[in-house]
Structures are given as C-alpha cells and as structure tokens.
Design a protein around this ligand. Structure first.
Ligand code: IPT
Length: 995
C-alpha cells in the first residue's frame, strides 16, 4: 500500500475546485508565524504530530514561506534533472518533511458550520489535521486546495497542523526549470461557509454591434447579479445583451464592477467584455488578431522565492506595462491569484499555464512519462480543473496552456477535451507535442530566424509527428504560430530581438512571442551578499546559472535586455524625418493617450524643442507630418551633428506610469544632405584589405631608445608603448581581441557557443611580441605580432602614431596570419570577440562623459535602445551588474569620450568616426574568473577597451548565436583613435595614479 504522498490520487478530502472569489463572508488569515520542525524524511517524522502535547522541539517559520529560505535545509536548483531517482511514483527516503503548526483563536460568534480551510499553494504534498483530526491531503504545488473543517472547529483555541513533504508523486509533474522550494508558500485562509459556491462569468463582446452579452452561472442559481454602472440586474444563468458596452482589451482594460448576491453573501466581481475566437487561422479578440509582445514569468523574489508579495506582483506588472509588454505566459504554473486580478486591472493578455512539466523524463528517453500514462490522467486532469476553475473569471486570461515541456502524451487529449467543454470561450495551448493535435496553436521555442521566416511563409518542414497523418498535418498548417519562448535572456543578452521582431511583424501567421524570461532566479540567502545559483552548495547535479536568465535582475532592476525589448516592441513606430510618419501598431486603441514631443540637438546639446500636432491615429493606421525643423540646412560646420529626437509620451497618468512616461521614440540625423534613420543600425565592420602604409624603415632597435616623445605622447622606446599623454600616465594601448565570455558566448554545453572555438584558437591567451619600433620624423610605428602559445594562428598589428593638432593619433592595422579558417587539426574560428585596444589609465579618472550611443550598454545585435546623445557617468555606474560577471557595459558609436578626475582634468579619446567604449576597475581576466559579483575587487587602475567592434551577443545559451550580420569575422581591420590630454586648466599635470 502506498502512502498518500506516493500514490496517484491528487488528494483526499478536498472540496471540488471553484472560482477564486472576493466574498463578503468572514474570513481569517492564518498567515504569520507558525511553529515548524524539519525531518529528514517521513520515517523520522512523528506519527502523533497532530497531538497538542507532541514532544517536538519546535522552531519558528514565516508562512507563507519556504523553509529552505529560512535557515532549514537549503534550496536546490536543477533545470531538467529530477533531484531524486526516476522511479515514478516513488520518492526517496530522504524526503524532507516539514511539520507546521499553528494555534489560532476563533471568536465565539464566528460561524463554524460549513467553514472551509483554503491553501493557495503548498509545495509539494501535504496532510492537514485540525484539532487532532485528519482533514485531508493534497498535491499540486501551485494550485489551491480547500477542505471542509466546520465540524472540527472549536470556539476559542484551535490547533492546525500541516505536514509538508518536499517530494511526492506530484513532483514528477513539477519538473519546471526553477529552484525546488518546498513549503506552504501561499496564503492560508479560514473561510466561513461559502453561500455562493462558484461563479462563472461569460461576458462577450460583439465588435460588429458594440454590444455585450452576458450570462453569469452561479451556484446556487438563486443568486442575483447587479452591474450598477450598466443599470443591470439579472438572475444567475440569465443571458442578456447590453448595447454599447466598452470592451476589455489589454490596451484598454475596461472593467465593470459587479456583485453577485444571495442572502448573506455578496461576491465582488470585475467583469470585462471580450470575445476570444480562433478565426481564419488566427487568434482573435473582439474580432482583431492579436500580437503578443510577451514574456514568460516565473514567480520569483530574491529573498522570498515563490512566496510572492502583492507589491512584487504589482511591480512586475507595472514594469511590464512600462516596457511595452502586452502579454505574459505564466511559466510554468498558475500564478498567485492576485496576479491575475492585477492583469485584469492593468491590462495584459495572459496565457495561464497548468502546473505540469515532466521534463526530467528526457533522461529515460521519455520512458514512463506520466503524460502518456493513463494512470496519471486523474492527477493531471485534477490540476487542469483546479486552474481553470480558479481562474475562469479573469478577462485577462485568454489562453489555457496545458503544460510545459512534457513531450507527447495521450493525457493531454483528456485535458484539452475537458477544458474545451468546460470553457469554450478560450483557446488551448500546448507547445511540446509537435503534432499540435490538442493545441489551437502551432508553437516552438528558440526558433532560428530562418525557421521563423519559413513558418511565416508557411513553407516550414513537416514535423515527423504529422508526417504520416495528412489530416493532422493539414490542421497543423492551418494554425497560427506563437513563439512560446525565445531570446534567452541569460546574462548579457539576448541579442537579436530586433531581427526577431522584424520577422514576427512581417507575417500575419506569426502572432508574436514570449521572451524567456522575466526575472533572474538569483536567491539572496539570509546574511549573504551574492545571489546564489545552482552549484553554490556543492551539489553534484545542478543547473548552474541557467536560471539566471531574466530581463530583470533578481532585485527587479531592469537589465539592458529589457530596455532593448521595450524599444524593439514599441507600439508606436516613428519614421522620417521628412515626412515624419507615425505608425500606430496597436490592435485596438488610438494614440490619443499619447503626446508627441520633439527636440533638436547639436552635438548632444538641445537647441530647440516643441510639441507635435498629431491627428487622431486609429489602431493599425499611420499619419504623416511635416518635420518640425529644417532637415537640410544650407551649410554646416564639419563634425557638427544635428539630430532630431521625437518621443511619444503618456499625455496623462495611467495606473502603471505617470504622465510624461516615454512609450516610443526615434532619432534622425539632420543636415549634411542625407538624413539617417536611427532604425537602420550599422552592421559591424567587414574585414577590409590592408592598405600598405608606406612607412620608411628607419627602425630603431629594441631597448636602444629610452623614451620617445611625439607631441603630447611619451613612449617607452624599447616597446613603443605609450606611457604618458601630457600629464596623464597611461599604459599603452595594445591590441585586444578577447572579452570575458558571456553566457550566450558559451552556448549550451559547448554545442552552439562560440567560446569553444575562441579558446581553441587561443584568443583567451594572446601574447604580444614587439617586432620593431620605428621612429620617423613625425610618426612612430610599432610592429607587433599577437598570438597564442602553442598555435600557428596570430595577427600582425601595426600601430602608427602621429601628432595631430594638440593630440596623438593612433592608427591600428590588424592583419590575421595562419589558419583562422581551420585546418585538419585545428577547428575554424568563425569570429573574434572584439577588435580594439586595451589601455590602462589612473584610477582617479573615474568620471566618463561621452557623445555617442547611450545611456546604457549596447552591442551589435542589441543596440536599438541606444540613442545618440551626450552622457555622463562614473566608471562604477558603467558596469552592468550581471549576477554571473561577464562582458558588459560597452557603449556603442562613441564619437568622443572624456575620462576626468574630480577637477575635470583627464584624457579625451576621439574615434574616426566611432568606437566602442568599456571602462572598468578590473581587467577582462578578472571579469572572466569571477563567478559572483563579490569576486570582483577594484584594482588600482581603470582598464579601458576602445573597440572598433565587438561580436554580437546572440542568444546561444538556449537558442541561435549571433547572426552572420552581427558576427565579427577574423579579418583585416584598420581603425583610428586620437588621444588628448583634457583639462579645465591646460597644461595642468593630472592623473598620477593615486596609489
Ligand atoms: C525551455 C523551458 O521550457 C524553460 O522552462 C527553460 O528551461 C528554458 O528552456 C531555458 O531557460 S526548454 C528548452 C529545452 C528549450
């Protein structure tokens, strides 16, 4: 006989699932401090724990909460692996078991009869006793369970005991890519007898007539429904048509307050009228095909794990709205119910996903996968029912997702059939069954651009799953496509968002996608300074930092990836400058909530500004306007850059942002004849042929020279390395091809990353050899060979220095040597991390002002959000705090940069025309070695990288690498930089290292 935590029953003694309701009936929250005791396994846990006098040395615990985040045992992260032997439905003896106990007082007048005890989420299986008597058991971590407790309640003191097992048969259905976090992690509430048991609102909107139709099914059917704003009163089950209602959409989330009442209870509802349909092969709402600008969201709080606060949920949604997101997939389980209320209120399309993932069965080659075993159907269906019943009244929820990553399985047929029967008003989604037999969508994850394009044009290959079934294949071909997951935001990245967006917007069949994922799952344990991830506890099997892949850092600070995504998915596109065209990319709403402002900047300084008169622009329409400034002035000083910036900002406060919040923007280069639209981002430089320098060979032997002075520059004679620019001590620029690999550079298990070939080509260990220092009349030429030990590949680097104006101009020529294209014994190296120079400057030059792309970091394939301007920052602020340190902080298209000390004196670098700038207090090698942020200790200098270009980011940590267009190929490159001593008081010697 198997125990309740190992059997295939979803629970025992539970009430039927029903809607989450805001009721007027008395309720008592049982959240707070509980007594707690952790046992190594069920065998150790005392059989008499329900007795008030049980002899246990109780500790204390905050509920809701996970005991592993409150000093008991520790959290564990695996991506796909079950952290126990795969032997379904059995669990290991070492099954951490937490006894939770709480005394509570019930007022004498509290009506006990019919009372219900409700748990919103307990991970993963639990048994409940009230006043010594067993109440029931339940599984399904991210789903509610209710128990009748009326007869067991007493006036005055009551004792509630809950035994929670970390592992159960249910764990085989809960292999989501996230921390294993046991405990009572959502609210516990005692409800007095619900008189209204269940409510199911059906509120449709007819976009042709503008009428709403409504029927509210209630148990009991004697209930009355009122919607005061519509002057409506109706009976449960009665269908009414209401002329002229305002529909609910994620763009305009119009809700009507309603009450459902029986004698003794009123339930508050917020009704949104909207109709979800699959029409002509597309998902439509209110007659319009939707386009998801979405994200996958796990529930995560750096200290509380999945025990989310309502404030954090609201913060997530406010940040999503502020960053132009319109959809969220609740990866990979139903969220806290309050989250969906907030989605209704703030306006997000929701794909509500069931708490089912059996991913770890990849390690048995899917043998024993519960999804395809009818014995598991009841437990799976129970989960689907509990989600659908709980969440069915949310207008924001438009799609039910059956599961994530659980392969093919018959049970999904059972789930889909039940769901469609119960709720025909929503679509059904499941990605991983590649026949899509049970799904209303065709969907994939991390799809390469070429494949996405093929899907858009309906020329994709037939999947093996439908090869022999023409009917199923025809059905699949007729389905709309959504990217369930794409653009893996692990570490620095994702790259390529703009490329995805261009394709997604081009083909009607593609209804958008959901970036993976919303937030880094880094945990901050009590007393720790670094966020932990897999492997930090010495676990043998873990998923390392694969869960540190969000658009938000663990503390909910937006990462550059989110800033980029915001720009890429902006719902208003502005092109121009003459005419200025404003495209409304929304599905429903006009742009009347926005105000358009412009400014004109000369070399980054604003010289004029104003407001644009914009006519009403309906969803899907455009308007062309004359530009607010002269776009082609007669004359212009060379080097002057005139830019027009146009911004769409909120005209008034919204629930998620204040008036003035920027929604969209565009920049246009003015003058000089041709206007350059900032949307056409330049691709990285292509290798060029080396221009012969024609330098006179008047070489000076190594070590023969002492110091060489050229204008403001002072060089070491033997090496030709720059040591001083005016009064600023430097360590000469030298060629650099390496960067601290990003997670996306590393790829997945060496399969698709570029780092493998970079290391094989020795790019991580380049040695510099000076072959000649030639001092000419007004120039210094240094020839070097830069190459790794043990290999034949390398590059010739020629540094040419001339004195220019009051500065020093350096031209670097890079010429590859050897077999970068690969040989029989060495692999091809298809890219270089960067081409540029690194240079050391004094640590007090820590204020950085630049004219170029900003304010944030940008890379070749993640640069849409960078706008041309003049920015000031500090070296410390230039760092992007990735949880796992890696290449970061590069500023793109820099025309010039000044590094200054507190007095405003320092060094100025100019590009010809642009360079990419990185400045940090540690070296690339320090950055590469660091596994956590606290591993980075500031050194006594500042390390600059002045790059011609860097390789794109891609999203190869789980997806495609940078596209060829954004790949920095090994090749011949030439670039120039000019260095000046810079100061408020010229001639002032500055920048002596403060050591
Ligand atoms: C995909 C998972 O669905 C998601 O949970 C997460 O693990 C993501 O990968 C990577 O972070 S599954 C993968 C095999 C595409």
């Amino acid at each position: 006989m198997s125990s309740y935590y190992e059997d295939l029953a979803p629970g025992s003694g539970c009430r039927e699932p029903r809607a989450w309701l805001r009721s007027s009936r008395p309720r008592m929250s049982l959240n707070g401090r509980w007594e707690f005791k952790l046992w190594s396994g069920p065998a150790e846990a005392p059989a008499d724990v329900m007795r008030p006098d049980v002899d246990v040395d109780w500790d204390e615990l905050e509920v809701p909460g996970h005991w592993v985040l409150q000093g008991h045992d520790r959290p564990r992260y695996t991506n796909t692996a079950f952290p126990f032997p795969i032997d379904p439905p059995r669990t290991p003896d070492a099954n951490p078991t937490g006894d939770h106990r709480r005394w509570f007082d019930l007022p004498d007048d509290w009506e006990r009869d019919g009372a219900v005890l409700r748990f919103e989420g307990v991970d993963s299986c639990f048994k409940v006793w009230l006043n010594g008597t067993e109440v029931g058991t339940a599984k399904g971590s991210r789903l509610p369970s209710e128990f009748h407790v009326g007869e067991l309640l007493r006036p005055g003191r009551n004792l509630l005991v809950v035994r929670v097992h970390q592992w159960s048969s249910g764990s085989y259905l809960e292999d989501q890519d996230m921390w294993w976090l046991p405990g009572i992690f959502r609210d516990v509430t005692l409800l007095s007898r619900p008189l209204i048991d269940d409510v199911f609102v059906h509120a449709d909107y007819d976009h042709l007539t503008g009428a709403g139709t409504m029927r509210v099914d209630v148990e009991p059917s004697s209930a009355q429904i009122t919607i005061p704003e519509l002057g409506l009163e109706l009976q449960a089950g009665e269908k009414v048509t209401i002329a002229g209602v305002e529909p609910w959409t994620a763009e305009v989330p119009r809700l009507y307050d309603a009450q459902v009442a029986v004698h003794g209870e009123t339930v508050e509802l917020r009704i949104g009228f909207r109709t979800v349909a699959m029409t002509d092969g597309l998902l439509t709402v209110n007659g319009q095909p939707l386009f998801f600008r979405g994200v996958n969201r796990h529930e995560h709080d750096e200290r509380r794990g999945r025990a989310m606060t309502v404030e954090a949920m609201r913060q997530d949604l406010v940040l999503m709205k502020q960053h132009n997101l319109n959809a969220v997939r609740t990866a990979h389980y139903p969220p806290h119910p309050a989250f969906l209320d907030l989605c209704d209120e703030l306006g997000l399309w929701v794909v509500d996903e069931c708490d089912i993932e059996t991913h770890g069965f990849i390690y048995t080659d899917w043998r024993g996968n519960p999804a395809d075993d009818p014995d598991w159907a009841p437990m799976m269906l129970d989960r689907m029912r509990r989600m659908v019943e709980r969440d069915k009244n949310h207008p924001s929820v438009i799609v039910w997702s059956l599961a994530n990553e659980s392969h093919r399985g018959r049970n999904f047929g059972t789930l889909a059939e039940w769901t469609r029967g119960r709720d025909p008003g929503r679509a059904v989604f499941y990605e991983r069954d590649r026949s899509y037999e049970f799904s209303d969508f065709y969907s994939l994850m991390y799809t390469p651009l070429e494949d996405l394009e093929a899907i858009g044009t309906r020329t994709e290959d037939v999947p093996p799953e439908t090869e022999d079934d023409p009917e199923l294949e025809t059905r699949r071909r007729g389905l709309p496509f959504v990217l369930a997951e794409y653009a893996h935001a692990m570490g620095n990245g994702p790259g390529g968002l703009a490329d995805y967006q261009r394709i997604l917007e081009r083909y009607p069949r593609l209804q958008g996608g959901f970036v993976w994922e919303w937030i880094d799952h880094g945990l901050l344990l009590p007393g720790a300074i670094d966020h932990v991830y897999g492997g930090d506890f010495g676990e043998r099997v873990h998923g390392a930092n694969f869960c540190i892949d969000g658009l938000l850092f663990p503390d909910r600070t937006p990462s550059p990836g989110l800033t980029e995504y915001k720009k890429v998915i902006e719902p208003v596109r502005i092109t121009g400058p003459d005419p200025l065209t404003i495209h409304n990319l929304r599905t429903f709403a006009s742009l009347d909530d926005l105000e358009f402002v412009w400014s004109e900047e000369l070399d980054g300084e604003q010289i004029d500004a104003g407001r644009l008169e914009v006519p009403e622009i309906q969803a899907g329409s455009t308007a062309a306007l004359p530009p607010p400034v002269e776009t082609q002035p007669p004359t212009e000083m060379p080097g002057d850059e005139r830019w027009l910036t146009v911004r769409a900002v909120l005209a008034k406060d919204e629930a998620w942002a204040a008036a003035g919040h920027e929604v969209a923007w565009a920049q246009f280069r003015l003058g000089g004849g041709s206007a350059e639209d900032r949307h056409d981002a330049p691709s990285p430089p292509q290798p060029e042929a080396v221009v012969s320098g024609g330098v006179q060979e008047r070489g000076v032997g190594r070590g023969g020279l002492g110091r060489v002075v050229l204008g403001v520059g002072e060089f070491e004679g033997s090496t030709g390395r720059l040591v001083r620019v005016g009064g600023v001590e430097v360590e000469g620029p030298e060629l650099d091809l390496w960067r601290a690999p990003t997670d996306n550079d590393c790829g997945q298990g060496g399969r698709n990353g570029v780092v493998g070939e970079w290391r094989a080509a020795g790019l991580d260990r380049l040695l510099h050899r000076v072959d000649g220092v030639e001092v000419g009349q007004d120039e210094l030429v240094v020839r070097a060979r830069v190459a790794p030990d043990g290999l034949g590949v390398g590059v010739r680097a020629t540094y040419r220095w001339v004195s220019a104006d009051d500065g020093l101009r350096l031209t670097v020529e890079v010429e590859p040597e050897g077999e970068w294209g690969g040989t029989a014994v060495s692999p091809r190296c298809g890219s270089w991390p960067r081409v540029g120079v690194r240079m050391v400057v004094p640590s007090n030059l820590d204020t950085v002002t630049w004219f170029g792309g900003g304010p944030g970091e940008a890379y070749a394939d993640s640069r849409e959000a960078a706008r041309v301007g003049r920015y000031t920052s500090t070296v410390d602020e230039l760092q992007t705090p990735y949880v796992v340190p890696q290449e970061n902080g590069s500023r793109i298209d820099v025309r010039w940069a000044e590094l200054t000390d507190a007095q405003g004196n320092g060094l100025r670098v100019e590009g010809a025309p642009y360079f990419q700038l990185t400045a940090r207090r540690w070296t690339t090698e320090d950055l590469e070695r660091a596994r956590h942020r606290s591993d980075l200790t500031p050194r006594d200098h500042i390390y600059l990288n002045l790059d011609l270009a860097q390789n794109g980011l891609g999203s190869a940590s789980c997806g495609p690498p940078a596209t060829p267009q954004h790949t920095l190929e090994p090749g011949h490159y030439t670039f120039s930089l000019t260095f000046h001593q810079f100061g408020r008081s010229p001639g002032h010697a500055v920048g002596a290292s403060d050591t």
